[in-house]
Design a binder for this molecule. Structure first.
Ligand code: SF4
Length: 363
């Protein structure tokens, strides 16, 4: 699609009302457009048959529908599906569909989960992560975020009722577009997804957590903790130097004061780095202070990175420390392991020596 066209999926109903007013059209036309997009799921403006031909032509001059072309779709034995989508500027992003019986968070609800990306690349440079390897290129627009969900449904015929922002990028570094996308995904005129079925995962951007806490939507929050002390966390997550654990927990107190949802700590177990039983004991204390849940994720090897996953007895011993302290904790034996391990890998394979243009993400 030409770069100058915007995605129709990135417009809120209020945006459409404003756009229609600028084009001498009534509010009613705005409602018709969102119905065609999200309810009737048309793939072209020509199918919007209750709009005049001239209005459809006006729409075509400014917008594309917003479905994303997929470069590659890979599947694993456990029916996890990984999409590689090409954006209008030829950048690539990943989106992963996780089957209902193998869901994020051990959810056995029967809902299919989609793991979406929020940026092209990532600036946060977590040492275990493939997305950080190519650096940060740009934020996704709300249309590109919603487009991942709409396209995944369109291509698979599945109804996606759970979304996790755990793909490429730090979602809270793209707070404006993230918030807009959450609004469109949640709205009854939009995708009508329950806020409780949307989880935003962050490396711990404390001020943005506090801002997100004040948005009146009961979304869920997951923290990529990956270290129970500053000393250990700093080794693998440079963001900890800017927002050490104490500052992060201040922000989490603000979150808890505004939301009724339990926070989840994501903790990737890396051999010899953060998998000691001392770390487990401190993690248990921290989780208890917030009544947080812990997801342990044995590390998946990333080509070009030195880290390894601990053996199963060590994983189990770590879990046992948490369970003994009455923390709700699970080990997520990673799904999709046979197609790719961590976020960012598929794009790196596809692009070879593709280079990111380094710019600063929104703060
Ligand atoms: S783990 Fe998340 S925040 Fe860290 S580099 Fe990867 S995508 Fe970025």
């Amino acid at each position: 699609m030409p770069a100058s066209l915007s995605s129709a999926y990135g417009m809120t109903l209020d945006d459409w009302i404003e756009w229609m007013a600028e084009h001498d059209q009534s509010k009613f036309r705005a409602k018709q457009v969102v119905q065609w997009l999200f309810l009737k799921r048309v793939t072209s403006f020509d199918e919007m048959t209750n709009l005049s031909q001239s209005l459809r032509e006006e729409l075509k001059k400014e917008f594309t529908i917003g479905l994303l072309p997929s470069v590659r779709l890979t599947g694993s034995q456990d029916t996890t599906r990984k999409f590689l989508f090409r954006l209008s500027d030829d950048r690539l992003i990943e989106t992963v569909k996780i089957p209902a019986n193998a869901n994020f968070d051990g959810d056995r609800s029967g809902r299919i989960t989609l793991c979406v990306s929020s940026q092209v690349g990532c600036a946060y440079d977590c040492k275990f992560c493939a997305s950080g390897l190519a650096g940060f290129t740009r934020n996704l627009t709300a249309g590109e975020i919603v487009g991942q969900v709409m396209t995944a449904e369109h291509e698979t015929g599945d109804s996606i009722r759970n979304i996790v922002f755990m793909g490429m990028g730090e979602p809270l570094a793209n707070l404006t577009q993230l918030t807009k996308a959450l609004t469109i995904l949640n709205a009854d005129w939009g995708m009508n997804l329950g806020a409780r079925h949307m989880t935003v995962s962050t490396s711990g951007l404390a001020p943005q957590i506090e801002k997100l806490a004040k948005i009146p939507m009961q979304i869920r929050l997951a923290i990529s903790l990956h270290g129970a002390t500053d000393e250990v966390r700093e080794q693998i997550m440079p963001v900890n130097k800017k927002y050490p654990i104490q500052r992060l927990f201040q922000a989490l107190d603000v979150w808890m004061a505004h939301k009724k949802q339990m926070v989840t700590f994501e903790y990737i177990l890396i051999e010899g780095v953060n998998d000691s039983l001392e770390q487990a004991a401190i993690l248990a204390k921290r989780a208890k202070s917030l009544h947080a849940k812990v997801n342990l994720i044995p590390y998946n090897t990333v080509e070009g990175l030195p880290w390894k996953r601990p053996d199963i007895p060590q994983q189990d011993a770590f879990l046992k420390v948490l369970s003994k302290a009455n923390i709700t904790a699970t080990i997520r034996r990673e799904k999709g392991h046979d197609i790719d391990a961590a976020c960012g890998q598929l794009r790196l394979q596809e692009e070879g020596d593709w280079l990111a243009v380094p710019t600063s993400p929104e703060k």
